[in-house]
Design a protein around this ligand. Structure first.
Ligand SMILES: [Zn+2]
Length: 237
């Protein structure tokens, strides 16, 4: 159990995550201006893969945030900027309402998005910030070129799941069916239920939820119905 509030100014502690160990140090002797710095190691246990700054309001989430980062951290870290692109991170994150293209990039290269109760922003230099509407912030500086867009998106998902409003824990979406296609374009012949000229019809759709649930269905209507069913069955705590 990581008790950051009880840590004395200047004191250090280590936190075992089940992956690499996280080292923690408290700064700031003046009450109310204190903060904690945590270093999350890469899976090889050597180099630092993330530097985290935690203000007191974030202490209750610190353990889950650091554990989540340790799970997402790449095998090694080399102090270079992540190879992730902010636009791709935004598109790969599961905690999002829509995956529409055309995400606006700010002049500083960052991309942001929000879910009910919380918002995330990712910068090309590896900074990741997630804020709740209540002002709690979980942020990290992700280090190393091995942080790809999938890894950064997974880290953003961890923080968004911790800070979002309860209704955001089950944001579902369904994929657009690919519709009419030429089987030869996919490297096979036939297989579609219907035919138009030399084309086949693929109406299948995948339903996904921000909690990780997913299912594949023969039509988008079926996917929408199952997504609604999933939301109904998911107990909102
Ligand atoms: Zn769900």
């Amino acid at each position: 159990m990581l008790r950051l509030a009880e840590l004395a100014p200047g004191a250090r502690t280590a936190h075992a995550t089940g992956r690499a160990t996280v080292t923690v140090k408290k700064y700031g002797a003046v009450s109310g201006r204190e903060f904690v710095r945590a270093a999350v190691r890469a899976q090889d246990g050597r180099s630092r893969a993330a530097l985290v700054t935690l203000r007191p309001a974030a202490y209750p989430h610190a353990e889950a945030w650091l554990d989540g980062l340790a799970r997402c951290a790449p095998a090694t870290a080399d102090y270079r900027n992540p190879s992730a692109s902010p636009e791709s991170v935004r598109l790969l994150a599961e905690m999002t309402r829509t995956h529409a293209n055309g995400v606006p990039r700010q002049s500083d290269g960052s991309v942001g998005w929000s879910v009910p109760g919380a918002s995330a922003r990712v910068w090309p230099d590896g900074r990741l910030t997630v804020r709740s509407e209540g002002g709690v912030e979980l942020s990290a500086r992700l280090e190393g070129a091995e942080w790809d867009s999938w890894g950064v998106a997974a880290a953003a998902d961890v923080a968004l799941r911790l800070l979002c409003a309860p209704e955001a824990r089950h944001i579902t979406r369904t994929s657009e069916p690919s519709a009419w296609y030429r089987p030869l374009d996919r490297g096979h012949v036939g297989g579609g239920r219907e035919r138009k000229g030399n084309q086949s019809y693929d109406g299948s759709s995948t339903a996904r939820c921000s909690c990780g649930w997913r299912g594949a269905y023969p039509s988008r209507l079926a996917a929408l119905a199952m997504a609604a069913e999933h939301r109904k069955n998911s107990v909102v705590v």
